[in-house]
Design a binder for this molecule. Structure first.
Ligand code: SF4
Length: 471
């Protein structure tokens, strides 16, 4: 496949409106998610002219020459006419500082900055869902841009139709990346078509997604993703708007050779949707059937109102494992301590302050929670969090859990906590359904079996709804 090419006009943006310089275009207004002025665009007109010409010279990707005759893979490697390529800024950049500087910037400003800095060496990773917003923002910058996508071979028909609609709408060619046929063949012959339901999605994702992605990224210096903090409180709550990629390498190889831009990091899902509606862009028809986060067909299902979007992905697995490997840098050491081999903090002796200190909450010892497990009839139901004080997700829910305890004090539900790391972890894994921290359990009045809170939403209202549904 071939190069993704942008609009033939340039943009000037002021306040909440995007107005195109071309007299052939009416003023565009986009919903406000921040604002900025496009500056430093001395050659915008010539770029726009050349980009429109470039569309007609697109060739199949496997007909393109290699860069520098190096190991850069053919896929995702497009060489544009020399006059189109913008200058690539290779000076050493402090991306932590840049992330801070851009933290309050709009997605449009961030996308513009990314395209300005990396020119033809950056591409948008398009998943076939609402991250079409990235393509719209790229078009609005007026700069040339590239788009790639991973065709795992297991996508919904609606997603393929959506890809086609996006290509036509933006007059672009998406650079599809495919899994290695020999690897897919070996996996399917050995384990069948649905092995991921039995032994987890990682192996299949590695073959169908991660390795093709790695190949694509080896032809780039930077990529743009649609990750948002609100997509997964468990794994994406701290993603910056730009970072040195913590997992993958770019074309120069080695640590630091790839930069990852997340222009939607600070945007809420509802604001992305307002933007998409306002700009009247094509959408994946699965969204009208209750799908929010969309991946492969066997691993994606619709969510109910009020459910978190990531609950529709790999629903048979623990919430913290819900990264397919494309963004595994989001997984923190804390999870490795629980879900992995347990080496991190294995002795539970990390010298961090304890959590959930309030008189409205009972601190349960091992005998205390063993006793609670044995009781068939309790005077009151209990809500108990199994936690580790060093766990960031436990720390993140401290305020809401303490507030919940205050609200439930004297209202017929006891609220407790049990520190389940270190020497207690094996017991908690066996008897308290612990797979990751925090695990919240409800002990009904007339049953010895606790019910595990299934959601990643740990705000007061969500936890209270869980309690009220079971009390
Ligand atoms: Fe395989 Fe499911 Fe991962 Fe797709 S999402 S690559 S089908 S495990």
């Amino acid at each position: 496949m071939a190069l993704a090419v942008s609009t033939s006009s340039t943009s000037a943006i002021s306040g909440s409106s995007f107005s195109r310089a071309s007299s052939n275009h009416n003023e565009l207004r986009a919903p406000q998610i921040g604002s900025f002025h496009l500056l430093d665009r001395p050659h915008a007109a010539s770029i726009a002219l050349n980009v429109s010409q470039r569309r007609s010279s697109v060739k199949p990707i496997n007909a393109e020459p290699k860069r520098n005759g190096s190991i850069v893979p053919l896929a995702a490697t497009i060489v544009a006419p020399a006059e189109v390529v913008e200058k690539v800024d290779v000076k050493v950049e402090d991306y932590d500082q840049l992330a801070k500087d851009l933290n309050g910037a709009s997605p449009l400003q961030i996308v513009d900055k990314a395209l300005e800095k990396f020119g033809d060496d950056i591409a948008i990773a398009f998943s076939g869902a609402e991250d079409v917003a990235l393509i719209e923002y790229a078009k609005l910058t007026g700069r040339p841009f590239r788009v790639f996508s991973l065709d795992t071979g297991r996508l919904n028909p609606e997603t393929y139709q959506f890809f086609d609609a996006v290509e036509k709408h933006y007059d672009i060619h998406i650079e599809y990346m495919f899994p290695d046929a020999v690897e897919v063949q070996a996996l399917v012959r050995n384990k069948g078509l649905f092995s991921f339901y039995e032994d987890g999605h990682q192996e299949c994702c590695r073959v169908r997604k991660v390795r093709p992605l790695r190949r694509a990224l080896k032809g780039l210096r930077a990529w743009i993703t649609g990750q948002r903090k609100d997509q997964s409180p468990g794994t994406r709550s701290e993603i910056p708007v730009v970072q040195v990629d913590p997992v993958f390498e770019g074309m120069d190889g080695g640590v630091g050779s790839l930069v990852k831009w997340n222009p939607l990091a600070n945007v809420e899902g509802k604001d992305v949707w307002s933007f998409l509606r306002a700009m009247n862009v094509p959408l994946n028809s699965l969204h009208t059937k209750g799908y929010v986060s969309i991946g492969c067909e066997p691993c994606t299902r619709p969510v109910l109102p009020g459910q978190h979007e990531r609950e529709g992905r790999w629903w048979w697995e623990d919430a913290k494992a819900k990264e397919c490997g494309l963004h595994k840098g989001n997984l923190k050491q804390e999870e490795a301590g629980v879900n992995g081999n347990g080496l991190a903090h294995a002795n539970g002796s990390a010298d961090v302050a304890d959590l959930f200190d309030t008189q409205d909450l009972v601190t349960l010892s091992r005998p205390g929670i063993e006793n609670l497990l044995k009781l068939e009839n309790r005077k009151e139901p209990w809500l108990v969090v199994c936690y580790a004080p060093w766990c960031r997700f436990c720390q993140a829910m401290e305020d809401s859990y303490v507030e919940l305890a205050e609200k439930l004090a004297g209202n017929g539900v006891k609220v407790g906590k049990f520190r389940a790391d270190g020497g207690q972890k094996e017991f908690a894994t066996q008897h308290l359904q612990l797979e990751s921290f925090p695990t919240v359990l409800f002990f009904p009045r007339h049953s010895s079996k606790p019910i595990k809170y299934p959601s990643e939403k740990r705000d007061v209202d969500s936890l209270m709804a869980f309690v009220n549904a079971l009390r």
